[in-house]
Design a protein around this ligand. Structure first.
Ligand code: NAD
Length: 517
């Protein structure tokens, strides 16, 4: 059994250690989760939502202390921890309090005429035990929001938080202990990749994974052995398109925040900017000015904290140094020391589309900028990527902005803003291409934690059905007639017997009733 070290990346201070879960513990957790499901799965939605409301109260009362602990575990600015981990989670709970019952309520749908007098409905039934496997960049929110969504839909959950920020896994475990539930509906398995693999091997009913493309593919392959459904929220290389009629001051401020917030360790960071030639000099001047004003501080009020993982620093350095060696220019930053976890915010110009910095996920405080001349070129460059998570389009012309936005191969698009798609819990969130599979948040995202069970209900009063045995000539004529009447060009019933006038739909129905009463 391994041990995880809890560390503050900004200061290097060791906060403690935590034992990693073994495969046997994963198996035992699964058995307990299944037992808890037998109760929670049949608990009415209103009662589940009541539990979520208690969690919201806990979050609000303990929010500042929690944000401080998250900041210590990640190196992110405490204000960012509060806004993006506590506030967003509380807001999501509120959304479920208002809308979950409606989104999970059985729904009547239309029934085709040929199936009359049946009625048709969809029931959203919980799936069972959901495995949530989460990353380190927003280690609280990206664990808790999927967990709450799974719970609201009636599932029980086993969470495997990131080994890079194990202390956040611990505070999540404490939160679920502090707000008592009717059964053990959430369990936390601490550990790294092996603990994650053991969780998948314990055969949950669904896997909700947030993390890198490489791990997502491995998890999907392991899950395929048992046909376990997976939802994958993966990486991004989000483009920002600044058209010449954009509000430049706002666009520059958006670019700087979008690229450097959380030290660029955001799946929806602004990872590449395309600016229309005419406004490029002014845009560049503004982003440089705004970047120069940023305060990088390990504590207190500052805009940029430290990086969270040394492995990520190696990737950022590799991308920046490759770009510089091939002719890119560092307008700010661009230098690296072998010590410490703080990276200077870096603006790169003279980049080309074959550099790693424009193709691979950098996940660090880097803002590479290219120019374009025509709208079509910007769209082509933005779509020239294996990723498709989020994108932003900047223009004051509504129609133009929307036209460009809708041509981007991306799961989410912001117009005149960045990253914010995730902030509205009513919007489905997820990627296209290598950015992932599935959606969470919004009605689609909540229903994704259910099996939509279709129920078709016949009153059961007739002795047989139109399509049952024995087959007769009349039945054959009836089907041909119905097909012509309902779906054909003329809408007429073809003659049943030679010389007879073609009756209309009414006659077809009369015949139907006579035959199958
Ligand atoms: P990662 O893939 O290294 O790890 C994520 C989680 O998966 C961790 O808990 C890890 O222990 C576990 N894991 C890794 N391999 C596994 C395996 N084979 N089986 C089971 N579990 C396994 O990702 P990371 O470095 O923690 O996170 C950064 C990545 O996450 C970036 O690519 C980022 O873009 C992406 N991300 C995506 C979103 C989104 O919503 N699309 C949000 C945040 C982060």
């Amino acid at each position: 059994m391994g041990t995880l070290t809890m560390r503050n990346p900004a200061t290097g201070e060791v906060l403690g250690t935590l034992p990693e879960a073994t495969p046997e513990e994963a198996q035992q957790a699964m058995e307990r989760a299944r037992q808890a499901f037998s109760l929670w799965g049949s608990t009415p939605v209103a009662a589940r939502i009541h539990y979520l409301r208690n969690l919201r109260h806990y979050l609000v009362e303990n929010g500042e202390a929690l944000a401080q602990k998250i900041s210590e575990a990640t190196g992110k600015v405490a204000l960012e921890a509060y806004m993006t981990e506590i506030f967003i989670t509380a807001d999501t709970i509120r959304f479920y309090e208002k809308h979950a019952e409606r989104m999970l309520a059985p729904r009547k749908v239309s029934t085709p005429l040929a199936l009359a007098p049946k009625t048709s409905s969809i029931y959203y039934k919980p799936m069972g035990v959901i495995a949530v496997i989460s990353p380190w960049n927003y280690p609280f929110q990206l664990s808790v929001v999927p967990v709450l969504s799974a719970l609201a839909a009636g599932n029980t959950v086993i969470l495997k938080p990131s080994e890079v920020t194990p202390s956040v896994g611990l505070i999540i475990e404490e939160m679920f202990r502090a707000v008592p539930a009717p059964a053990e509906i959430v369990q936390v398995l601490h550990g790294g990749r092996e603990a994650g693999q053991a969780l998948v091997a314990a055969r949950p009913d669904k896997i909700f994974f947030t993390g890198s493309v490489a791990s997502g593919k491995k998890i999907m392959a392991q899950a395929a052995e048992h046909l376990i459904p997976v939802e994958l929220e993966l990486g991004g290389k989000d483009p920002m398109i600044v058209l010449e009629d954009a509000h430049l001051e706002r666009a520059a401020a958006g670019a700087v925040w979008g690229a450097f917030t959380n030290s660029g360790q955001v799946c929806m960071s602004v990872e590449r900017v395309y600016v229309q030639e005419r406004v490029y000099p002014e845009f560049l001047r503004l982003v440089k000015e705004k970047t120069a004003a940023l305060r990088q501080s390990p504590s207190g009020i500052g805009e940029i904290g430290s990086m969270t993982s040394p492995d990520q620093i190696r990737i950022v350095r590799e991308h920046v140094e490759e770009a510089l060696s091939r002719g890119a220019v560092a307008e700010t930053g661009g230098t690296f020391s072998d010590e410490g976890m703080f990276l200077a915010p870096t603006i790169l110009t003279k980049v080309t589309h074959d550099m790693k910095i424009m193709r691979e996920e950098t996940f660090g405080p880097v803002l590479p900028i290219m120019t374009f001349s025509a709208e079509e070129e910007a769209i082509r460059l933005a779509n020239d990527s294996p990723y498709g998570l989020n994108a932003s389009v900047w223009s004051q012309d509504k129609a133009k902005a929307r036209r460009v936005a809708l041509q981007l191969a991306s799961g989410n698009v912001c117009i005149n803003d960045v990253i914010v798609s995730y902030a509205n819990p009513a919007l489905p969130f997820g990627g296209v291409k290598e950015s992932g599979i599935g959606r969470y948040r919004g009605p689609e995202g909540l229903q994704a934690f259910t099996h939509p069970v279709s129920v078709i209900h016949d009153p059961g009063k007739r002795k047989r059905e139109i399509n049952w045995y024995p087959y007769t000539e009349e039945q054959q004529s009836l089907f041909i007639g119905l097909t012509h009447t309902l779906y054909g060009k003329s809408g007429f019933w073809p003659p049943i017997k030679r010389g007879e006038r073609p009756p209309l739909l009414k006659a077809a129905l009369r015949e139907w009733r006579r035959l199958f009463r």
